[in-house]
Design a protein around this ligand. Structure first.
Ligand code: IPE
Ligand code: IPE
Ligand code: MG
Length: 252
């Protein structure tokens, strides 16, 4: 246990939570408000979730903020999301730094405007030495894109003669993917009721515990996170083995 206001036995605490923050649009629609208002409320919920993870002593959190497929949304919505992204970077980075959060981004950066890219780089540089919570924001990210990047990296090494094709194994490929320097995500949460991965982390979720909630993302709070953590604590993670084998290993 730790002495946080959110005590969890160490063995039952995820080392890395990944979240698809879904349901902003429906949250706004239910209030007869524009989708952009839902995204603003979603950004507030993301802040609450970061706080709750800090309180719970979670070492790594990865949030899906914008997928590569999300560029296909109406121009007005994409524009509002970019504005929100810019404002959030201006407003939140210093506070994240103060709280000991290391901030990083995964995804293809080139499509973002120079001011967003510059603020991403500044946020990463400023928080580089923080270790309390590794916060990764997936923006213009997709799981297939990630795998393609990794394939390219390895192909370049093979072409350059520094890697033989036979040396490519799971460890090598995994190391070329995003998040490879963090513990593997072990709890994957999706809000908003849809039960799909939507091209988020594909390789990395191989043995992740999946948790789906109908709660729309703007309503996701510390109590919701607690529910997900409680569910995680109940799961038996067998990794291909049997319950009996696990019980044998646990008893001396
Ligand atoms: C998730 O909420 C936020 C982004 C994809 C940027 P949505 O905007 O997908 O909300 P719903 O699913 O339409 O309710
Ligand atoms: C996934 O949500 C992407 C983010 C939450 C950023 P979507 O709302 O875009 O997913 P689909 O398209 O409904 O599967
Ligand atoms: Mg959605």
């Amino acid at each position: 246990m730790n002495d946080s206001p959110f005590p969890i036995p160490d063995a039952a605490r995820p080392r890395h939570i990944a979240i698809i923050m879904d349901g902003n649009g429906r949250w706004a629609k239910a209030r007869h408000r524009p989708r952009s208002l839902g995204h603003r409320a979603g950004a507030r919920a993301a802040n609450l979730c970061i706080d709750a993870c800090l309180d719970a002593g979670i070492p790594a959190l990865t949030l899906f903020a914008f997928s590569r497929e999300n560029w296909q949304r109406p121009d007005e919505e994409v524009g509002a999301l970019m504005q929100l992204f810019l404002r959030a970077l201006d407003r939140e980075v210093d506070e994240l730094n103060r709280r000991g959060v290391r901030l990083r981004f995964i995804g293809e950066r080139d499509a973002f405007s120079p001011d967003i890219r510059e603020r991403m780089a500044r946020g990463e540089a400023l928080t580089l030495r923080n270790t309390r919570l590794h916060l990764t924001i997936a923006a213009d990210y997709s799981g297939r894109w990630d795998l393609v990047q990794a394939a390219r990296t390895l192909a370049r090494q093979v072409a350059g003669g520094s890697l033989s094709p036979e040396a490519i194994d799971e460890a090598r490929l995994g190391a070329a993917l995003a998040l490879s320097d963090l513990p593997e995500p072990d709890l994957f949460i999706r809000s908003g009721g849809d039960m799909r991965i939507s091209n988020f982390l594909l390789w990395q979720v191989a043995y992740c515990e999946l948790y789906f909630t109908d709660t729309l993302w703007p309503d996701f709070d510390a109590t919701e996170l607690r529910r997900a953590l409680d569910a995680f604590a109940q799961r038996e993670r067998r990794f291909g083995r049997t319950s009996e084998q696990l019980a044998m290993e646990a008893s001396p």
